[in-house]
Design a protein around this ligand. Structure first.
Ligand SMILES: Cc1cc2nc3c(=O)[nH]c(=O)nc-3n(C[C@H](O)[C@H](O)[C@H](O)COP(=O)(O)OP(=O)(O)OC[C@H]3O[C@@H](n4cnc5c(N)ncnc54)[C@H](O)[C@@H]3O)c2cc1C
Length: 215
């Protein structure tokens, strides 16, 4: 009996990994139904650097020029005091991939927004359900059933796909749903992440009185 599939591939989680998977599949004509628990992109910085291999992936997806417009090459890391005295400098060697620098500075929410905008160009192939949390995943001989709960109403609905990808981050629920376990080590330590507005050093200005808008 012919089966109905909502999409070829269901993707759980629409962060950078999920969007990159969606772009890769859509580029090959494979339809995607993505479930993203959150309505909006996670607003804090998290990743600040990606390397040239990440840019190579974006290049293979034909979106490197769009991503390049919202990130910036990182040629060196410099630590300076407020008066401009350099304390430490790490120069990066050039990329071995033939073009560009080895590292790029990013602001993850901005880069994610650009990735999503690129995926939205594949409107007919990439269907994203925001505010939909995958709460169940069952595989059978023909495909996968993903049960998603609406964040607003709690209403649950089942969707069918031929395959499913768990791209739901470090605390992946999909991992538990398929009976897999985290491989490798993880460090159980407490981190403090501080996002702050930097008072910039302008060589041509009096550093003791930066413009008030930067304070
Ligand atoms: C402080 C900090 C600094 C970092 N610095 C760097 C760095 O410099 N360079 C670097 O490369 N990486 C860095 N990282 C790591 C980087 O942020 C992650 O590797 C990246 O976000 C992983 O992307 P992802 O798509 O796999 O997962 P996530 O970004 O976690 O995305 C997973 C998505 O899945 C959704 N989701 C989860 N469960 C469900 C569910 N059941 N149903 C539907 N949706 C679900 C979540 O809402 C989320 O949007 C840093 C991370 C932190 C915390």
């Amino acid at each position: 009996m012919p089966q109905h599939f909502d999409a070829d591939v269901a993707i759980v989680g629409y962060g950078p990994t999920g969007v990159t998977a969606a772009l890769t599949l859509a580029r090959h004509g494979v339809s995607v139904l993505a479930f993203e628990r959150d309505e909006a992109i996670y607003p804090r910085a998290r990743a600040v650097t990606v390397n040239d291999w990440t840019m190579r992936i974006f290049q293979s997806l034909g979106i490197d020029q769009w991503i390049a417009a919202v990130i910036e090459p990182q040629r060196a890391l410099r630590w300076t005091t407020y008066d401009g005295t350099e304390i430490m400098r790490v120069e990066h060697p050039p990329s071995t991939l033939g073009a560009g620098t080895r590292f790029y500075n990013i602001y993850q929410p901005t880069m994610e927004a650009e990735l999503r905008a690129c995926a939205a160009e594949y409107g007919g192939l990439v269907d994203v359900r925001y505010g939909a949390e995958a709460v169940g995943l069952e595989q059978d001989a023909d495909g996968v059933t993903v049960t998603a709960a609406d964040a607003a109403t709690g209403e649950r609905r089942a969707f069918r796909a031929r395959y499913a990808i768990g791209a739901d981050g470090g605390g992946s629920a999909v991992r538990g749903m398929i009976g897999a376990r985290l491989l490798g080590d993880t460090l159980d330590v407490r981190w403090i992440v501080i996002d702050c507005r930097v008072k910039r050093w302008w060589p041509d200005r009096d550093v003791r009185s930066p413009p008030s808008s930067r304070r």
